[in-house]
Write a protein that binds this ligand. Sequence first.
Ligand code: HEM
Length: 237
Amino acid sequence: MLVTRLLALNFVGNRTSSVAFTHAIWSLVHCESQGLGYWAAMREEVEKVFASDESEEATESKKHYQGQGARWMRWNKSHTAQMNLIESFLKESLRYNTDTNLECKRMIVDPAGYRFKNGVNLKQGTVSAIPIWQIHHDPDLYPQPEEFDARRFYQGDDGSQARKASIQTTSDYFLAFGAGKHACPGRFFASQHLKLLMAFIVMNYEIQPVSRPDDEWFGSSHMPNMAAGLTIRARQC
Ligand code: HEM
């Protein structure tokens, strides 16, 4: 029983996180190939967060690594909370690269069925789902939905931008983590994990900018291209 539960958790936690991050990296290298400069902007953001940390540990790290401390920093929640561009980038990636076209699958268990406000009635045993790809690509909800805009959810440090909901906030329009009672319980962990990964990669690696290869659909799952490769190397300076 325990093993079955752990395997299920591994599947829901690992597959989703690795697919989400692979999609984000492909979007990032694609944006780099278009000269959008997100890589440098995210690196700058991480450096700024590090520079503003006056804790003993950060001060030591600044001295020890002579200006390179941000690359080796031990990150904490207060750092990731300030990574607004990285968060916006990842949220946009979850929207733009939505990893399925059907989510929030639910079965009607009430013998009386379920009646929607518009009168549609679903019988007991019916399985329903939400077409989240279509919602995430609806121009009435997201202007120019086919454009990857890393600042779509950006909350500027200077307060000049309206506060945008964080990556883990579910809503009727942002359903990457599902919704309602069964919304993903791992989303708080996943968002920290993705932000740390992105911060680490932009700080420590360089990737050759290339156009994004065609994605693949596997049933209702939208997967990054599994055959394409990327050239990545350790940061040179
Ligand atoms: C980027 C990463 C992730 C994405 C995009 C994601 C997405 C989702 C989605 C869409 C659902 C279905 C929600 C619904 O039906 O309303 C779900 C459920 C779930 N996720 Fe995640 N997830 C991620 C990471 C994780 C992680 C890291 C864990 C665990 C450590 C996790 C654990 C679960 C569990 C246990 C459920 C089932 C919840 C239930 O049925 O009550 N997920 N996730």
